[in-house]
Design a protein around this ligand. Structure first.
Ligand code: MGD
Ligand code: MGD
Ligand code: SF4
Ligand code: MO
Length: 659
């Protein structure tokens, strides 16, 4: 038996360290490793079932070329050589006839490794292909924070246990960050108060000392309410504000406009609770406000992040929030992607990708590390675009993704347990090698190998294919304490970060009144736009479930539950009972799911596990809008407007491509 120390590279707050147990060349188990204190001796259900995912029947093991029409899984197995000849041949043709702007690479964080995610971009940057703006997940919030704080980094998880107040604002940590949540529970055991701000009674709301349930998209109003209560009660830290902040007067004036009546009317939260939260902010220091990606994926999510992030500054805390620390590290990612040596020809919206693909703006689309046919908005239109006769689609994935059903060529990739990589976490600051435990399955080949092989066949310059470890160590030099080369020898290194009291704004202070926003033609203060839900529509929220990472693990844990939560009074009005089939619909399309009648959601609000596939085979994201937020271009998944009605008698039979 052999034990290999490695790192989970999944798009997850926790970036666990784990041990892979290998017997006779076969991975038999994964278990927590002690080298990362955040892992705390446990893995989540996904980390524990990695061996099953590695050996899943859904693995892509060989290169395949399409043999039937799209969508579908009719492919012919071919050699790597033949597959690459087809891919490179078509790529050359498109470049010659339409230029690099007609070539698009789309990827995201299926595996966050520098070599898996970033290194292959050297190839695409060298030919000047178009890329996306990475707006799908957290970008709007990063941009929002940078308006007031400069960079968006905040507190580290290590500070959670000694905090006296933890405010989870639109962040369902028990599900989306089980290890940070475990630290929060420890803090609570030691007397800390835990607060949840979430429209629905989420897992975090159920386990909190105080739960505020604002209407979706009204967090700015709520934050101004808390600010007003702090100001009126004389609970703000005047000394801190005069030394470290600017624009407080303007902010104060606006906050005072948010009196109890107005806040209650807009948010639906009783003033008593608003004041209670303000009191906790004042009386329980230090606190951390953990701002979720969830609250930020709303109609004015970036505005919400702006407003919420300013609350801890009012009570005198330097960056008293956590959002994501990825922009606080000094890692030179552009070194890995080769952006320094070559630039993409154009950058397109990832959120609105369906619009561009449907219009036929690309002739060649290369997808890796992302399952766009399920995860991007307006799935039906995106799928129509991927099925166009004039577009050639290549997918490089570990598993048969939904997007592979729209591919012309599918190439097999090794999972993280079959290759070496380095993962940069976004919450904690520990870096270790994500080490290969077993040989790549079938004929799967890594992203690095593929990029180099394509570069060679295309005759691209040598820098594209520079030794990956040389590239990684260069990107990490100065960014970690110690020698990056020690990673290869099994060291756990700490990322260096900028000081908490350093603000990279033009004034060098926390700018309550943001000069950058003003310059960009935005409101310098956070704004709460008026929201009106059209008659007959509900707001559909959707968030993560414990057994899946986005679309992954359906092969191991079964489908993402195709259900929708409906408030009992809404259900009664619509004549819907638990277990009924219902149709969710809007201008983009329709999805059939099963109703669960529950008071976990308030009236007018629905909730579904995100990225589910409906019982009619339609993805949830058929309903999601390609509208982008003004700040950061982010999505509005948590403000998806839908109608709900009982499905006509007779179950909607699943379609063939119900994946
Ligand atoms: N309705 C709704 N939709 C959403 C969201 C929402 O809240 N609601 N959230 C959005 C957010 S926040 C995100 S981050 C996106 C995520 O969207 P995606 O990035 O598309 O996420 P996954 O479905 O996990 O797709 C990752 C793919 O990478 C593959 N993969 C895993 N490891 C490797 C590897 O080592 N190499 C290669 N080549 N492939 C690998 C997996 O098999 C999988 O097919 O979804 C977005 N979509
Ligand atoms: N198990 C699991 N964990 C994951 C992932 C996964 O797929 N599975 N994905 C990872 C990724 S890529 C991401 S982006 C994160 C996301 O993780 P989180 O940041 O926790 O985000 P969500 O789960 O999308 O939503 C969190 C909460 O926001 C609430 N919410 C929705 N709209 C609003 C609003 O207007 N105001 C407020 N205050 N709250 C609102 C929702 O009801 C939900 O309970 O999780 C990461 N962790
Ligand atoms: S998915 Fe997240 S919580 Fe689960 S093992 Fe990986 S890093 Fe840890
Ligand atoms: Mo995400």
């Amino acid at each position: 038996m052999q034990v290999v120390r490695t790192v989970c590279p999944r798009d997850c707050y926790d970036t666990c360290h784990l041990e892979a147990v290998v017997e006779g060349g076969r991975l038999t188990a994964t278990r927590p490793s002690g080298s990362n204190p955040l892992t705390q001796g446990f893995l989540c259900a996904r980390g524990l079932s990695d061996p099953r995912r590695v050996y899943s029947g859904e693995r892509v093991l060989y290169p395949h070329v399409r043999a039937g029409s799209k969508p579908g899984r009719s492919f012919r197995r071919v050699s790597w050589d033949e597959a690459l000849e087809v891919v490179v041949g078509r790529l050359r043709e498109v470049l010659r006839e339409h230029g690099p702007g007609a070539v698009l690479h789309v990827e995201y964080a299926g595996n966050m490794g520098l070599l898996t995610w970033y290194y292959p971009q050297r190839f695409w940057n060298a030919i000047g292909a178009a890329r996306t703006d990475y707006s799908i997940c957290s970008r709007s919030g990063h941009e929002a924070l940078s308006l007031h704080y400069g960079l968006s980094y905040g507190r580290l998880p290590w500070e959670i246990p000694s905090s006296r107040l933890l405010v989870f604002w639109g962040f369902n940590a028990p599900v989306s960050s089980p290890h940070m949540w475990a630290l929060a529970r420890r803090a609570r055991g030691a007397g800390a108060a835990v607060v949840a701000v979430d429209p629905r009674r989420s897992e975090v709301a159920e386990q909190s000392d105080l739960w505020l349930s604002p209407r979706p998209g009204t967090d700015v109003a709520l934050a101004y309410g808390v600010a007003r209560a702090l100001i009126e009660n004389g609970w703000v830290d005047g000394e801190f504000l005069s030394r470290w902040a600017s624009g407080f007067e303007e902010f104060r004036e606006e906050a005072l406009r948010w009196g109890p009546e107005r806040v209650e009317r807009v948010t639906g939260v009783r003033w008593e609770l608003v004041e209670e939260l303000a009191r906790l902010y004042y009386s329980r220091k230090p606190s951390i406000t953990l701002i979720g990606f969830g609250v930020q994926k709303s109609v004015h999510g970036a505005e919400a992040v702006r407003a919420v992030s300013l609350l801890p500054a009012l009570v005198g805390l330097h960056r008293g929030f956590y959002y994501s620390n990825s922009r606080g590290w000094l890692v030179d990612v552009a070194e890995v992607t080769g952006e320094k040596l070559a630039k993409p020809s154009r950058v397109v919206s990832q959120v609105a990708l369906a619009d561009a693909v449907e219009r036929g703006e690309f002739r060649f689309i290369f997808v890796y590390n992302s399952d766009i046919a399920l995860t991007l908005p307006a799935s039906e239109r995106l799928r129509r675009g991927l099925s166009r006769g004039d577009v050639f689609v290549v997918v490089h994935d570990t598993h048969w993704s939904a997007t592979a059903e729209y591919a012309d060529v599918v190439l097999p990739a090794p999972t993280y347990l079959e290759k070496d990589d380095v993962v940069i976490p976004y919450s904690h600051d520990l870096v270790a090698l994500s080490r290969r435990a077993v040989e790549p399955l079938g004929e799967s080949r890594s992203e690095v190998w593929l990029a180099c092989e394509m570069a060679r066949r295309m005759g691209l310059p040598e820098w594209v294919c520079e030794d990956p470890w040389r590239v990684v160590t260069r990107a990490l030099r100065g960014a970690v304490e110690g020698d990056p080369e020690d990673l290869l020898r099994g060291a756990v290194l700490r990322l260096r970060r900028r000081p908490l009291e350093e603000y990279q704004t033009p004034s060098g202070r926390v700018e309550f009144y943001s000069s950058r926003a003003l310059e960009a033609g935005l409101s310098p203060l956070p704004v709460q736009p008026e929201l009106e839900v059209p008659e007959g529509y509900f707001i559909l929220l959707n968030s993560a479930t414990p057994l899946h990472t986005h679309t992954q693990f359906r092969d191991v844990h079964g489908p993402i539950p195709p259900v929708v939560h409906v408030n009992p009074r809404d259900a009664e009005e619509l004549g819907v009972r638990s277990g009924d089939l219902v149709v969710l619909s809007n201008e983009e399309g329709r999805v059939v799911v099963r109703a669960v009648v529950t008071d976990k959601v308030p009236r007018g609000v629905l909730w579904s596990p995100r990225q589910l596939v409906g019982l009619d085979g339609s993805p949830q994201n058929t309903l999601a809008s390609t509208a982008t937020q003004r700040i950061g271009g982010g999505p509005t998944f948590n403000y998806t407007l839908v109608r709900l009605e009982k499905a006509a008698a007779g179950p909607a039979g699943p379609k063939a491509s119900a994946r």
